[in-house]
Design a protein around this ligand. Structure first.
Ligand SMILES: [Zn+2]
Length: 282
């Protein structure tokens, strides 16, 4: 399998999914029907007048296919991303420098593996300037699949937490999710909702790790118990932002949930524990 930050040639990417596509920045094939490879940078983006952007929080804004006029979400390559169901393997493109080209005897581009992502949402955005002025471009918001919120710092207004009614917050999250259409939420909305779900999990845990049931090992700079909010199932699965899908964990348990050999059984344990904990918090 691919290793993050390691570089590969395009034929390796193509054979992984079972494809022989030439120039496309979105690559798919029958060998891996659950995933799609996307490449960022290189000529594809430049010719089309746009570039994909890595955000400070580790997420990416990835532009769809279509080099003139409005981009079409029903175009097969774009629809693979718009369906939001597939794992996205993201690679960034680099031209070899002259020394490399000389020693390799060719100018093949290199593709650096950035990781596995999921499509959180997508939007058609009207370009106001540049080569694509007047065109609507498809913007896919790619979020790391595994440690989705771990690198994603949201400032929680902790002084206010005690005043929040946990049942009201639970119902608000449920209502928000009910009228959410999968593609429809904006980045700002995503940030707002992720904050609600995070605050909710911390309120429910009351400073006790929801896996090992020990008190938080230390307090944070504001004197509150330090717990991290973990998502039990990944973004690609249904119900990502549901109260049932989050657990407030001590840093040890959080790491084990991601990287331990028992991470699958931890999922089952958490589902049961959270179920009971929600019943008790009502
Ligand atoms: Zn714990």
């Amino acid at each position: 399998l691919f290793r993050v930050n390691q570089e590969y040639y395009r034929d390796v990417l193509l054979s992984f999914v079972g494809s022989n596509q030439g120039q496309s920045g979105i690559i798919w094939g029958n060998a891996k029907p659950d995933c799609v490879i996307v490449t960022s940078g290189g000529r594809h983006g430049k010719n089309a007048g746009y570039s994909n952007i890595r955000q400070n929080d580790g997420t990416w804004l990835y532009i769809g296919q279509g080099s003139s006029g409005d981009q079409d979400p029903t175009l097969h390559s774009n629809s693979l991303l718009a369906s939001v169901q597939r794992d996205v393997l993201l690679f960034s493109t680099r031209e070899p420098n002259s020394a490399e080209a000389k020693s390799n005897g060719h100018h093949k581009k290199l593709y650096k593996f950035e990781g596995i992502f999921n499509v959180l949402s997508w939007d058609l955005k009207l370009e106001n300037e540049g080569a694509r002025k007047g065109d609507k471009l498809l913007i896919f918001h790619l979020v790391p699949a595994n440690n989705i919120y771990d690198n994603y710092e949201v400032e929680i207004p902790e002084e206010k937490i005690e005043t929040i009614d946990i049942n009201k917050l639970y119902n608000k999250i449920k209502n928000d999710n009910r009228d959410r259409s999968k593609k429809g939420i904006s980045f700002q909305e995503y940030v707002k909702r992720s904050l609600d779900v995070k605050i909710y999990a911390l309120l429910r845990a009351k400073g006790i790790c929801e896996l090992c049931e020990s008190p938080a090992p230390f307090t944070n700079s504001k004197g509150k118990p330090f717990l991290e909010v973990h998502h039990i199932f990944r973004l690609a699965d249904d119900g990502f932002d549901e109260p049932e899908n989050v657990a407030a964990l001590c840093p040890n348990c959080h790491k084990e949930a991601h990287f331990g050999t028992k991470n699958e059984s931890i999922k089952e344990i958490l589902v049961t524990k959270i179920y009971h904990s929600i019943l008790l918090s009502k």
